[in-house]
Design a binder for this molecule. Structure first.
Ligand code: ATP
Ligand code: MG
Length: 364
């Protein structure tokens, strides 16, 4: 007799635009995986609850998320998120009102964004061996440039007109935990290397603290190769010497920019997956594609679901299902290798067709 399936409670928040389409795709693929596991010793299942929050909800109710929303989310095993933002709602309201609110309240201080090159996908790098490349951007997700410190209308300063100040917050604890996270991640990879990225030649307080903590933490990991690179130089390195990268760790803003660059180099923003982790597991972690709501293609069945499906694979790893995650990665590779490509990758496949191909590839 096989054991009862391990059931994971997942909160789905598709939110806006293509977020709805790619979350539906990811759910279908995850349910197919679970269905497949049914009569095995490793059976697992997903109990989904979907929440309607996002910009449409804001327009109807004046709220991006219900007042008790965080409370209702806090006991889920994970959150599967689409994308937030719509032209009718200012970005600072939609982003802070939902996504960043969840990240901050659930202390999801580590954001990982793998950059993965896929067979059958042309990279603008056009290197013969691009599918051999893979690196991961680790983003500090709780402070830095996104700490929300500053203000507008600070009178009496500057040459006249309105004055605004935007500060970045760097704490020793915040730097140390993300840097240790990066080193621990490097130890799980074939190439044990951490590249730390700052702009500490021009940002002389916070980023110098980051560099100091990096040197101190590195001493505890003598088996891991290290380098400290300025963000401008790292941007060039992404393009010119990506084979030299394994784990790239940076502050909130720098890592956000670098990971978009990484996903574009891999072929498209639509491929990029991410996890917002609360590594202590006191709160649920959140898994989402890197891309936004893409209003220009929303509702047309054109969205690439691979970023969302790759995020589902990161969720499986987090839930302790590494074999299922590996199967999902293989299915993604088989799908792109077979030439089933959505429009952003130069193909003609719809979201639904790519999703079906992924599900078929699970069983191939
Ligand atoms: P955000 O502010 O939320 O990061 P953004 O303004 O940076 O959003 P996106 O919504 O990510 O922008 O879209 C950027 C471009 O990438 C758009 O042209 C969009 O169509 C394209 N894009 C984004 N996601 C996908 C996807 N899943 N499939 C295909 N194209 C996508
Ligand atoms: Mg963006």
């Amino acid at each position: 007799m096989t054991a009862a399936p391990r059931t994971f409670r997942i909160a789905a928040i598709p939110a806006d635009g293509v977020g709805k389409e790619v979350v539906a795709a990811g759910r279908a693929v995850l349910d197919a995986l679970a269905e497949d596991s049914r009569n095995t010793d490793d059976a697992f299942a997903f109990a989904w609850e979907e929440f309607p929050w996002g910009c449409g909800y804001y327009e109807r109710t004046g709220k991006m998320i219900d007042d008790d929303g965080l409370d209702r989310l806090k006991d889920f095993d994970a959150i599967y998120f689409g994308a937030v933002g719509w032209p009718t709602v200012p970005d600072h309201i939609s982003l802070w009102g939902l996504r960043l609110k969840i990240c901050q309240n659930f202390d999801q201080w580590a954001n990982i964004r793998p950059v993965q090159f896929l067979p059958g996908v042309t990279s603008p790098l056009r290197k013969a061996d691009t599918t051999e490349l893979d690196w991961v951007v680790v983003r500090e997700n709780s402070e830095g440039e996104y700490a929300g410190l500053g203000g507008r209308n600070l009178s009496g300063r500057g040459p006249g007109g309105e004055v605004a100040v935007q500060s970045a917050l760097f704490t020793e604890v915040g730097c140390e935990r993300i840097l240790r996270f990066a080193f621990d991640l490097a130890r799980t990879r074939t190439r044990r290397k951490v590249s730390s990225v700052t702009k500490s030649n021009a940002q002389q307080y916070g980023m110098v603290l980051w560099d100091d903590v990096f040197r101190r933490v590195a001493a505890d990991y003598p088996d891991v190769e290290t380098e400290s690179v300025l963000v401008d130089a790292m941007s060039a390195k992404f393009v010119l010497h990506p084979e030299d990268l394994s784990v790239v760790v940076a502050s909130n803003l720098n890592a956000d920019i670098l990971s978009d660059l990484g996903s574009a180099l891999a072929g498209s923003l639509g491929l990029a997956a991410s996890a917002n982790l609360n590594p202590e597991r006191r709160f649920p972690s959140m898994f989402e594609p890197v891309h936004g709501s893409a209003p220009d293609i929303a509702g047309q069945g054109l969205a690439n679901p691979i970023g969302a499906v790759g995020s589902a694979a990161l969720m499986l790893e987090h839930l302790g299902l590494p074999d299922a995650a590996a199967r999902l990665h293989k299915a993604i590779e088989a799908t792109t290798a077979a030439g089933v490509l959505p429009r952003d990758l130069g193909g003609t496949a719809t979201t639904e067709e790519v999703t079906k191909a992924l599900i078929d590839a699970l069983n191939a």
